[in-house]
Ligand binder design. Structure first.
Ligand code: SF4
Ligand code: SF4
Ligand code: SF4
Ligand code: F3S
Length: 333
């Protein structure tokens, strides 16, 4: 009998505004330096920021399978190591201290890396385009990873809904890696256990925002409990309904949401004149966020125009986020 996630008392929820993410990777580094510096974790980026459209990290994760179809858990594939990118190092010591000649070269010679196609995007100049897509575990309401684990090692925390792996119970079965359609559990070959984003629960328990949120240079991230009607996540997801999950059709009911990009560049004519049409295609946005994205962009455009014309817009004020304290959880006490 498969284990299902129990409904938590509260659900911590994340929103990233794709209009504000500048792809600086500060969130990636904040997470990496805090949680994944141990043996066997070199290749892991619990938090990563990829270019859309693009191959992503791990490469082609969107076709790995997993999640749910007609309510049934899907098995999916375990991505091969090459798709995560083989970590490489530069031989500075050889050039600086051992008298080696020539240019500093990476070793082993890179054949792929996380964000191998960073900033490449799609389309033909001058109408090529891309935007940044930060990704992390979605702390799903229906976590496929949890249901797939034969050892009941994954659980959803009652107090905040974060999905975590009990390292004592994990026996390296990798069914979680197979079944998560977002490729967010990572197998550690040295410990023979899976590791994944823990939602920064030791920080959350102290009322401190997760590292990726707290360090966000673009002030693009919001985090809070979805039952808190004063939180920015409640306003963006429930009140104004402008935040959407990534690939809702995967069926895991993510608790990480996105404000779709409205402010992207406009198409140009052959003579270089700007047209009103956006370069980022609606088809691409619908593939990522579902059909609702059209309505969301209409709402965002309407509220933006109100603000530009000097009228009040609570939605725009929430998205601007003048005080970072308003974008993050307040202490749980
Ligand atoms: Fe599990 Fe994947 Fe959902 Fe995270 S994103 S809770 S790893 S199914
Ligand atoms: Fe990493 Fe914490 Fe952000 Fe998860 S919530 S991606 S563990 S920094
Ligand atoms: Fe985007 Fe913020 Fe991450 Fe920078 S720190 S890549 S702005 S989400
Ligand atoms: Fe279970 Fe994944 Fe470990 S399936 S045993 S949590 S590797």
């Amino acid at each position: 009998m498969a284990t299902m996630a129990k409904s938590p008392k509260r659900q911590l929820t994340y929103v990233t505004d794709l209009n504000k993410c500048i792809g600086c990777q500060t969130c990636t580094v904040a997470c990496k330096s805090l949680w994944t510096t141990g043996p066997g974790q070199d290749y892991m980026y619990w938090r990563n920021v990829e270019t859309a459209p693009g191959l992503g990290y791990p490469r082609n994760w969107q076709s790995k399978g997993g999640g749910y179809k007609n309510g049934e858990l899907q098995k999916g594939k375990i991505p091969p190591m090459i798709d995560y990118g083989i970590p490489f190092e530069f031989d500075y010591a050889g050039r600086l201290f051992e008298g080696k000649k020539g240019r500093v070269r990476p070793s082993p010679t890179p054949r792929s890396a996380p964000n191998w196609d960073e900033d490449q995007g799609a389309g033909d100049y001058p109408n090529n385009s891309f935007f940044y897509l930060p990704r992390m575990c979605n702390h799903c309401t229906k976590p496929a990873c949890l249901e797939a684990c034969p050892n009941e090692a994954i659980y959803k925390r009652e107090q905040d809904g974060l999905v975590v792996i009990n390292q004592d119970k994990c026996k390296g079965a990798q069914a979680c890696v197979q079944s998560c359609p977002y490729a967010k559990p990572y197998f550690n070959p040295l410990s023979n256990k899976a590791n994944k984003c823990i939602g920064c629960f030791p920080r959350v328990e102290q009322g401190v925002a997760p590292a990726c949120v707290a360090q966000c240079v673009g002030r693009a991230m919001h985090v809070g409990f979805i039952d808190d009607q004063n939180s920015s996540v409640y306003k963006l997801i429930k009140k104004y309904q402008v935040a959407l999950p990534l690939h809702p059709e995967y069926g895991t009911e993510p608790n990480v949401f996105y404000i779709p990009p409205l402010l992207g560049p406009r198409m140009e004519t052959a003579s270089g004149e700007l047209t009103p049409d956006p370069k980022i295609s609606m088809t691409q946005l619908e593939q990522l966020f579902g059909k609702q994205v059209r309505e969301v962009l209409t709402t965002l455009q309407r509220e933006r125009e109100k603000k530009m014309n000097g009228m009040a817009s609570e939605l725009m004020d929430v998205l601007i986020g003048r005080r970072s304290a308003d974008m993050m959880i307040s202490p749980m006490t």
